[in-house]
Design a binder for this molecule. Structure first.
Ligand code: FDM
Length: 230
């Protein structure tokens, strides 16, 4: 009956391509929020510290092999095991800033191809295990052209850090971006999706991020945490 009692902190996800500055900006944002007296928790997926996360880590470093379906489900399970914690934090008034989420889950898995270049895992199959997860209030998608990414130095050594893979991942993210902006049924729901041009200077990007995040954090969110894609 007291409308203010249902106010909670926002759930903010930062998604993006490798070399987009995503991780740097995520920690800058978390620091700036904390510096402004905002109760903040930084979460990162995959969370490589849990038993499931350790299996994912070993797979990404190519220390082990797993069936493509199996590893996709592990990535999703890694989010589900932290979902109750995320909900609890938001309800308790802690802003959650999350480095990668279900959108990476789809974009990367749906970009895996066989020797002939045919997709190994259908897009909708990739989405299914994440349906119903806590829905972010805001997603900032850090987009960068392959050329700009290249200027920033090569990709790392992990499994998906290859140029052709990154090109497909970018396309998959663009498909998701379109859906999240336009298709109410499978798309945005309670989530606002914003594409950030991450090819610009670090300070410019940081300013944009703050302009998008600050009002949401200051105002809080009314109502319970929504469920993704439901
Ligand atoms: N990745 C990440 C996935 O394939 N699925 C997922 O669900 C998530 C969260 O794992 F290549 C990929 C994206 C990236 C790799 O991510 C590890 P970090 O951000 O580099 O740790």
């Amino acid at each position: 009956s007291n409308p203010t009692s249902s106010r909670r902190a926002p759930f903010i996800v930062i998604e993006g391509l490798d070399r987009s500055g995503k991780t740097t900006q995520t920690s800058k944002l978390a620091q700036r929020l904390e510096g402004s007296g905002v109760d903040t928790k930084l979460v990162k997926f995959p969370d490589r510290t849990t038993p499931i996360g350790k299996m994912i880590d070993s797979y990404l470093r190519s220390a082990s092999d797993l069936d493509d379906h199996a590893v996709h489900l592990l990535f999703s399970a890694n989010r589900w095991e932290l979902a109750p914690t995320i909900e609890r934090l938001l309800t308790a008034g802690t802003t959650v800033i999350c480095d990668r989420y279900a959108f990476s889950g789809i974009a990367f898995s749906a970009s895996k191809v066989d020797a002939e270049g045919a997709p190994l895992l259908p897009f909708e199959w990739c989405r299914s295990p994440d349906v119903g997860l806590p829905a972010p209030d805001l997603v900032l998608f850090f987009d960068i052209t392959p050329e700009k990414a290249k200027e920033r130095g090569g990709y790392g050594e992990e499994r998906y850090e290859k140029e052709e893979m990154q090109l497909r991942v970018r396309k998959a993210f663009h498909r998701i971006a379109e859906e999240m902006g336009e298709d109410e049924k499978v798309g945005r729901g309670a989530t606002r999706w914003v594409t950030v041009d991450a090819g610009r200077g670090m300070d410019e990007v940081e300013r944009d991020v703050w302009t998008l995040v600050e009002p949401l954090v200051r105002g809080g969110v009314t109502g319970p945490v929504a469920k993704l894609w439901t």
